[in-house]
Every structure is written in structure tokens, then in C-alpha cells.
Design a protein around this ligand. Structure first.
Ligand code: FES
Ligand SMILES: [Fe+2]
Length: 316
């Protein structure tokens, strides 16, 4: 199987993305899968290809009485082991491959059928245990290889260009960069100029963002960048997740968690999700408009952090 970073743990979905008894289609390393969550909260995953005449199972539906998925073409049913079922009773050996999942609280991980090369990170649970889940800001397929998508998260010089009309960053600095194998921590300070009234009205989440602030980034290569921001109004976590759909397409999912100092700030939840989505959209546009990667002829400050991430990718 030709895969990007085989053996990496991929965080493919948050439980809130699945609904109950609703097929959810997912592409990981060129393979399509269907996931569903049962009424009891169990999460199941199969290859998406019906073994009869190759219809996509994700276009079918779940029969909750027997916890089976029904193919939309000729209504054959399959259990989570991939066995054909009649009236809920399995017949014979599995005909559809199942996908092994590791579900930790609301985080759904998989190795995509590969031998694990890294453990499932602990960071995610640790970070969110004291936080409230705000929502999924974005789940978007980006036309771009995995390396380009991962590197933008380690790039400390793109704010003033890529995000200029949202964040209005005047200058920024990196005060800490520590790395330990596949994990790294960065602290970055940012100074902004004022947003216009039109920008604030269009993106009210900017009202929460001071002129001067620090972000604390925790990296778990290759799947995760966690951005922690302490604001006068509370603390915010953005969990930026990546996984390869194919060699040219990368999925990004951003989950947002918060500790609001005052409960009325919850009214900002949808504005925060929209504001985060806008920034991700700008990153996606930067990746999608760029020409194929070449060896850079110019170096900017802090690019050793980029080089660190690129080395992890190339030495995998
Ligand atoms: S293609 Fe699935 S039942 Fe026929
Ligand atoms: Fe960015």
C-alpha cells in the first residue's frame, strides 16, 4: 500500500462529527472508509466498497436494530466485522475489510491498517480535560501534499502575509523552541494593529483578541498542532489536525475548546468558530495557490523550526 507516513497515528474525527446511526465517509491514504456511531456510542468502521457491485456504503443507511449498514444499491447488509448479514445474523467470513479504530473519549484515531510506529499521543486528553468543547471550526480537504500542509503550521513568518487582513499582525517573535523527537513546543508573541470597524463587524471574534498576546504551541508530529491562547476573557485551544487523503490532498480538521471567564462569553462561540475557520481558509488558499515545492533560495528567521518538521517527514 502506498501511504504517506505509514504507521503514524491519525486523528480522523471527533465524535461530534459523526451523529448517531449516520454513515460518515472518510478517505485516508487513498482508501475510502465508512464510519458510524451506534445508539450506544460505539464507533464502527469498514472499507466503503460494497463487495457485491462496489457501491459506496456511506451512501446507504444504518439499521439500528441490528447495528448493520445497508448498501444503497441492492440493500445487502453488513456488520462491523464486514460479514454479510440476513435479519441481523452474520453469514460466513468477512467480505468487507474493517478499519481498526482507537477511540479515546471523543477522539477517534487509526493507523489506517499499518503497523504502529508511534503511540497515540496523550496530549489531547490532557489538554481538554479542563476545557469545554466549543465545536468543529472546520473539516476541509486541501489540495496540497501532506508536507506543505504540515509545514505551514511550523511557519512563523506567514502571518503578516497570509493572515494580514484578519489578524493585522505588526510583528511577531519566537521566545521558545524546544523539541524532543516528534514532540515540540513553541511560544510565539504577536503584536497587532487595530482592525477596522468593518473587520470587527464581519468577524466579532477579533473583539476578544488583544493587541499584544502570546500563543503556546504543542506539536505532535505528524497529526497535531495545538494552539493555546490565554486571553483576558478566557483560554482558548485550537487543535489543528491533519491526515493524508492521498498524495495530493490533505484533510484538515480544527477543533476548538475554551475556558470562558464569564458565561456570557459563550455567546461568542459561533463567532470564534467562524473566525478560526477564516484563518484556516487563508492557510488553505496559500497552499493551494503555491507552485510545487523547491529548495528555498532565501532564509527567514525561525526557519530552523520548519527544517525540524521537514526532517521528521523526510526521515520517517
Ligand atoms: S452493490 Fe451493494 S448490495 Fe449490490
Ligand atoms: Fe496560518
Amino acid at each position: 500500500m502506498n501511504s504517506v507516513l505509514p504507521g503514524a497515528p491519525w486523528l480522523i474525527a471527533h465524535r461530534s462529527m459523526l451523529g448517531i446511526n449516520q454513515p460518515y465517509k472518510l478517505t485516508l491514504n487513498h482508501q475510502d472508509y465508512v464510519l458510524w456511531q451506534t445508539t450506544k456510542g460505539k464507533i464502527k468502521a469498514l472499507s466503503n466498497v460494497c463487495p457485491h457491485q462496489q457501491a459506496p456504503l456511506s451512501n446507504g443507511w444504518i439499521c439500528p436494530d441490528h447495528d448493520v449498514i445497508v448498501c444503497p444499491f441492492h440493500t445487502l447488509t453488513f456488520n462491523d466485522q464486514g460479514q454479510l448479514c440476513r435479519d441481523g445474523k452474520p453469514e460466513g467470513r468477512p467480505l468487507v475489510n474493517s478499519l481498526e479504530l482507537i477511540v479515546k473519549d471523543d477522539f477517534i484515531w487509526t493507523y489506517g491498517g499499518h503497523e504502529p510506529r508511534l503511540p497515540i499521543p496523550e496530549l489531547h486528553q490532557q489538554l481538554v480535560s479542563d476545557y469545554e468543547f466549543v465545536g468543529v471550526a472546520v473539516s476541509r480537504a486541501i489540495q496540497g501534499d501532506f508536507l506543505s500542509n504540515v509545514l505551514i503550521n511550523y511557519d512563523y513568518n506567514h502571518q503578516n502575509g497570509t493572515h494580514r487582513d484578519v489578524l493585522r499582525i505588526k510583528d511577531n517573535y519566537v521566545s521558545l523552541f524546544e523539541q524532543d523527537g516528534y514532540q515540540a513546543t513553541v511560544i510565539q508573541g504577536l503584536n497587532r494593529t487595530d482592525n477596522s470597524w468593518q473587520e470587527l463587524v464581519g468577524n466579532p471574534a477579533l473583539l476578544l483578541l488583544p493587541k499584544k498576546y502570546e500563543i503556546h504551541l504543542d506539536y505532535e508530529f505528524p497529526s497535531t498542532t495545538v494552539v493555546r491562547t490565554s486571553l483576558p476573557t478566557g483560554n482558548l485551544i485550537q487543535m489543528h489536525l491533519l491526515y493524508p487523503e492521498s498524495f495530493d490532498v490533505t484533510r484538515t480538521i480544527v477543533l476548538v475548546f475554551a475556558q470562558f471567564k464569564y458565561s456570557f462569553l459563550k455567546a461568542f462561540s459561533s463567532a470564534i468558530l467562524k473566525g478560526v475557520a477564516l484563518v484556516v481558509e487563508q492557510d488553505a488558499a496559500a497552499i493551494e495557490m503555491s507552485y510545487p515545492r523547491q529548495i528555498p533560495k532565501i532564509r527567514l528567521p525561525n526557519e530552523e523550526i520548519l527544517a525540524y518538521a521537514e526532517r521528521l517527514y523526510r526521515d520517517w
